[in-house]
Design a protein around this ligand. Structure first.
Ligand SMILES: Nc1ncnc2c1ncn2[C@@H]1O[C@H](COP(=O)(O)OP(=O)(O)O)[C@@H](O)[C@H]1O
Ligand SMILES: [Mg+2]
Length: 171
């Protein structure tokens, strides 16, 4: 049982056939443990993006189970899925930063899903979130950029933003 306790993400027989009839995934099973860093490598068209998108259900799997900390993401309704998605950071190939906002505002936006409506509407972030965001920017060497518009070093900002969504939650 000890090994199962460590499994964070467990895919069981996941398949995906698109409406076009293209089968991108056929019976994929894998386990990833907490703290593991995993790279997914394969030629173009192998199904890497489909697999990753299935994990947060940007693509709906045709079949199979996707267990994140023992919760089957495939069976969740929209509300439950939103709650689980707050725990999944995804950095898109096309970045998802708001360029007219500052670096700090972009990083804090990783926290929006955790705030009550009035706070997110007014973008009034709790002090602890702001302190954590500063700490994270410092860690990636971007502290001096906090109040600048997020046009440069886009990938690093995006990664920090995603990390903020998870890291602030744990503190
Ligand atoms: N939205 C889609 N509709 C139909 N077929 C798709 C779609 N996205 C990907 N595919 C097909 O699924 C297969 C895997 O694609 P993809 O997951 O993008 O692979 P990779 O990321 O490894 O390049 C390919 O044959 C591709 O043409
Ligand atoms: Mg891809």
């Amino acid at each position: 049982m000890a090994i199962l306790d460590r499994v964070m993400l467990h895919l069981e027989s996941v398949s995906k056939t698109y409406d076009t009839g293209d089968t991108a995934l056929r019976n994929i099973s894998l386990r990833i443990e907490k703290g593991q860093v995993v790279g997914l490598i394969g030629p173009s068209g192998a199904g890497k993006s489909t697999l990753i998108r299935c994990i947060n259900r940007l693509v709906e799997p045709s079949q199979g189970q996707i267990l994140l900390n023992n919760v089957d993401l495939v069976r969740l309704d929209n509300h439950q899925l939103r709650l689980q998605r707050r725990r999944i950071g995804m950095i898109f190939q096309e970045y998802a930063l708001v360029e007219r906002l500052t670096v700090m505002e972009n990083v804090l936006s990783g926290r929006l899903g955790y705030l009550p409506f009035w706070r997110s509407y007014l973008r009034r972030f709790p002090k602890a979130d702001i302190e954590n965001a500063y700490r994270l920017l410092d860690r990636v060497g971007l502290l001096d950029q906090a109040n600048k518009a997020a046009r440069r070093n886009i990938r690093r900002y995006e990664a920090t933003r995603r990390y903020c969504a998870g890291a602030c939650a744990k503190s």
